[in-house]
Design a protein around this ligand. Structure first.
Ligand SMILES: *[C@@H]1O[C@H](CO)[C@@H](O)[C@H](O)[C@H]1NC(C)=O
Ligand SMILES: *[C@@H]1O[C@H](CO)[C@@H](O)[C@H](O)[C@H]1NC(C)=O
Ligand SMILES: *[C@@H]1O[C@H](CO)[C@@H](O)[C@H](O)[C@H]1NC(C)=O
Length: 454
């Protein structure tokens, strides 16, 4: 027994070794080819002509002094005495405790190496802001919501960057309120921009966000690159990046390990999102790696303003609930269309590799319409390789609105325990080179599926 398995192993090695060598040789070529595609050109990390330091405004980086006024004064100075070429606000090494503050246009917030911007845990004095019109209420609780730790509203040309400095949301106190059901309002996002254009976030570490980490909503031209976003796997709703009713958003070269979806593309919630009618489109997610107890890359479930023109490529998801997860529901309305997912690797997927679902997520109130049936069309998933995937996946549309042109090509998932079968219903499309064998709902040629070459 031992000998034969040893021989088997030897034979495997003989077969695999040349393959591995070949892959090793090809790898640099692949990297070189994909490195050509970047977010550059969308929202650059501009150099500023003027540089000021938070210490000039009385800031003290001793980890105890509360620096809220120093930050607000510094931003006020930048906003009211504008300098040509913009201003960089430097945060030197040290631990800078502060309450939430707003940014202004044409500024850079720069976190030096060793700088930690720490959110106060004084939840009772945390400012409130109006609920988002496209949600009609706070996402968790009705009415107002807590302001983001670092926010911008109606801005243009803003950079948050540094030399691996840290923004620490100290979210534990908020997670515990959620766990004990003592929250009065919806928890704050760590970094939130509303109605803004030209936002660049790079080269820093975000950790322990109270709620979502980066939330661009009603924005255009947003770049998130070279980021590390960390929160414990048991921290509730700590999504990595949630582009929401925003256009031209590029997220790349980042590592995200949090308690919820790594990236979730959204566009408003049920009747409020339908009425506000602000889609997300032109979203690129590239070379993102990470792990999450829920989804790797998600669209929805709040997608009532519509989501289109999404490209996900060269991503790696490990130790997660789902790999690729497109989720919507009756009552959402809107559409999800023209989504391309290419070259994604997964390992250790607890629930399913690919899920496209028409029955996901909760409703803001009882006023959502049963007639608000979303559509999902033109989803192309190619070159996916997964190991340790408990279940290949499910493609389950809505009876009155079957999902159309769902096209899977070269999707190979291994390691199933909870059954090797894809679950499908109310879905049309095609599958080529899919392991395990796809369900009968998907045609075996793209030509037969109508057009998978969209
Ligand atoms: C921050 O901006 C919001 C608007 O988004 C505003 O309501 C709030 O007063 C501002 N806070 C400060 C401290 O300026
Ligand atoms: C589909 O989305 C891609 C971006 O991923 C875009 O380049 C392309 O033009 C879109 N196609 C259509 C038909 O809108
Ligand atoms: C539903 O809409 C009605 C009419 O606009 C409103 O009076 C009611 O408060 C809404 N219900 C909820 C739960 O929001």
């Amino acid at each position: 027994m031992a000998t034969s398995s040893f021989r088997g192993g030897l034979a495997m090695a003989v077969v695999l070794l040349p393959l591995l060598l070949l892959l090793a040789l090809l790898a640099p070529l692949q990297c070189a080819a994909s490195a050509a595609a970047t977010c550059v050109g969308l929202a650059p990390a501009k150099r500023r002509r003027e540089v000021i330091s938070i210490t000039e405004f009385g800031g003290v980086g001793d980890g105890r002094t509360v620096n809220t006024w120093a930050f607000r004064k510094a931003v006020y100075r930048i906003e009211h005495q504008r300098r040509r070429g913009g201003t960089e606000l430097r945060v030197p090494a040290g631990t800078w405790l502060t309450g939430s503050f707003n940014l202004t246009s044409h500024m850079t917030l720069f976190l030096a190496r060793g700088a930690v911007l720490k959110a106060t845990t004084d939840t009772r004095r945390w400012p409130l802001v109006e609920p988002l019109p496209s949600y009609g209420r706070g996402r968790e609780m009705p009415g107002a919501r807590y302001a983001g730790f670092i926010s911008g509203n109606g801005l243009r040309d803003v950079v948050i960057t540094g030399d691996k400095g840290v923004i620490d949301g100290q979210g534990e106190v908020w997670w515990n309120m959620w766990r004990r059901r003592t929250l009065q309002h919806t928890r704050p996002n760590l970094v939130e921009f509303m109605h803004s254009t030209g936002i660049h976030i790079s080269n820093i570490v975000l950790k322990n966000s109270p709620f979502w980490n980066i939330h661009p909503v009603y924005c255009n031209n947003v770049v998130v690159t070279n980021m590390m976003i960390l929160a414990p796997h048991d921290s509730p709703n700590t999504d990595g990046v949630d582009p929401d009713s925003s256009t031209n958003v590029c997220i790349e070269d980042s590592y995200i390990s949090t308690g919820d979806d790594l990236v979730a593309i959204k566009s408003g919630w049920d009747e409020y999102g339908i009425a506000y009618n602000r889609p997300s489109s032109g979203i690129t997610i590239r070379r993102v790696r990470g792990s999450s107890p829920f989804s790797g890359i998600a669209i929805g479930s709040e997608a009532s303003g519509g989501v289109s023109d999404v490209l996900v490529e060269d991503c790696s998801i490990f130790n997660s609930g789902y790999g690729i997860h497109i989720k919507t529901n009756v009552g959402r309305g809107g559409y999800i269309k023209n989504v391309t997912v290419d070259n994604v690797r997964m390992s250790g997927v607890r629930v399913a590799g690919v899920r496209i679902a028409g029955d996901a997520g909760d409703h803001p109130d009882a006023n959502f319409s049963q007639l608000a049936v979303p559509t999902v069309d033109a989803v192309r998933i190619t070159n996916v390789w997964g190991v340790g995937v408990q279940q290949p996946g499910s493609l389950e549309g809505i009876r009155s609105s079957p999902f159309t042109r769902i096209c899977l090509s070269n999707v190979k998932l291994f390691g199933w325990r909870n059954g090797a079968a894809w679950r499908c219903r109310d879905v049309r499309g095609a599958a080529l080179g899919v392991r395990p064998s796809p369900c009968a709902e998907l045609a075996t040629s793209f030509a037969a599926a109508g057009s998978c070459s969209f």
